[in-house]
Design a binder for this molecule. Structure first.
Ligand SMILES: NC(=O)c1ccc[n+]([C@@H]2O[C@H](COP(=O)([O-])OP(=O)(O)OC[C@H]3O[C@@H](n4cnc5c(N)ncnc54)[C@H](O)[C@@H]3O)[C@@H](O)[C@H]2O)c1
Ligand SMILES: [Zn+2]
Length: 354
């Protein structure tokens, strides 16, 4: 087990990587505490929860709304939770984002901590202090920056996670490897089989390195004024593919990273061999490196209507400023630049990679 301490303007957080759910009591303050979890995690792990009152929410992006927050506030009132109480979120990114937002706003803020139960939430969602919900179809539109007191990352809980959920986490781990000059990329290349079979030592290393890389970026730029933007590597096209091609977040980010690496080579920023290495690594994790490998059109040409949909989704991306779209491009491991790319050039590169 390893601890990472995050000290930010929005609070301090202790991230316990490789910690067991069994040791949760060590982290909980001696205060009246309520658990927020979702119905899947509750079904699988309720037997291992401490006996505390519990609020169980549904699953999926569609429940990440203000209505769910209202439902939680009602339950908190019924349970007579006040500012001296404590809230514990046990679940994936959705439970953590919702718990952090509800805890930060109920009575102007109640203390909170997380048990992070998906690979994606361990390596990404529960690090960095962003909490919030979707609003009128816009993702994470309403929220706050606030750090949980602690995050427990238990590798044993990942054993029950569906493969597609694991893939979402692996895509973000590869992203963190691209943003770091450390040995994470090499480690992934050499240990992908151990990672895919959830070998505890390999998972602990991947989660620890990811948390260290993300938290270092976040500590330097907590409120996303500059450097934090590099965490969007692969996400600009990724978000557009998620919306238009029905890919999962991890699949879309994977294809988005291959695209951004291709664009980086085209701009003379990145060696072609490095882009090939990234593609091969993603293939080892069974992640897609093309926009839509399953529905390849004859001759590999993306149908015009589909291209327009992708470009439209890109144009709607909130990071658009001016005539082009801002992309995070790679120079060398750990070194990125953000460049504005004209829409016409994007269409060409999208065609090339389809
Ligand atoms: N706050 C941030 O900085 C940040 C960063 C990245 C992503 N996010 C958010 O995180 C969310 C996605 O998180 P996620 O991928 O963890 O999804 P999720 O919370 O929906 O969990 C995925 C699925 O796995 C189930 N599950 C959770 N733990 C399980 C376990 N141990 N075994 C079996 N099933 C389990 C859940 O019930 C759910 O059905 C998105 O809403 C995204 O916006 C936030
Ligand atoms: Zn992501």
């Amino acid at each position: 087990m390893k601890i990472i301490e995050i000290h930010g303007q929005t609070g301090a957080s202790t991230i316990a990587v490789g910690e067991s759910l069994e040791n949760l009591k060590k982290y909980l303050p001696k205060r009246k505490t309520v658990i927020i979890t979702d119905k899947n995690v509750n079904r699988l792990y309720a037997g291992q929860f401490p006996s505390l009152p519990k609020i169980v929410i549904g699953t999926g992006e569609k429940i990440k709304t203000l209505q769910t927050i209202e439902y939680i506030f009602d339950k908190l009132l019924q349970l007579e939770i006040d500012r001296s109480s404590y809230i514990l979120g046990i679940g994936g990114g959705i439970v953590c984002d919702i718990t952090g937002f509800a805890a930060s706003t109920y009575m102007r803020g109640v203390g909170f901590g997380f048990v992070s139960s998906t690979l994606l939430s361990q390596v990404d969602a529960s690090v960095g202090g962003k909490n919030g919900v979707n609003f009128r179809g816009y993702k994470n539109m309403v929220g706050v920056f606030n750090q949980p007191d602690f995050v427990i990352c238990d590798p044993a809980m990942l054993k029950t996670l569906p493969k597609k959920e694991l893939a979402n986490g692996f895509a973000e781990i590869v992203k963190h490897a691209c943003l770091s000059s450390g040995d994470l990329f090499d480690f992934l290349e050499n240990n992908y089989e151990a990672a895919l079979t959830l070998d505890p030592a390999a998972i602990e290393k991947l989660v620890y390195d990811s948390v260290a890389i993300k938290s270092a970026v976040v500590n330097r730029d907590e409120k996303e004024k500059g450097e934090r933007r590099k965490l969007n590597f692969g996400h600009t096209l990724g978000h557009a593919l998620e919306k238009t091609r029905g890919l999962s977040h991890g699949e879309a980010v994977s294809a988005g990273m291959v695209f951004a690496a291709g664009l980086s080579v085209r701009k003379g920023l990145l060696e072609e061999a490095a882009a090939v290495r990234l593609k091969q690594l993603l293939e080892k994790f069974n992640l897609p490196t093309k926009i839509d490998p399953a529905k390849n059109a004859p001759g590999g040409i993306l149908p015009g209507g589909e291209m327009d949909k992708i470009l439209d989704a890109l144009k709607k991306d909130k990071k658009r400023e001016g005539a082009g779209i801002h992309f995070v491009l790679l120079k060398s491991p750990g070194e990125v630049v953000i460049e504005e790319i004209p829409i016409s050039e994007l269409a060409e590169v999208i065609h090339d990679m389809y």
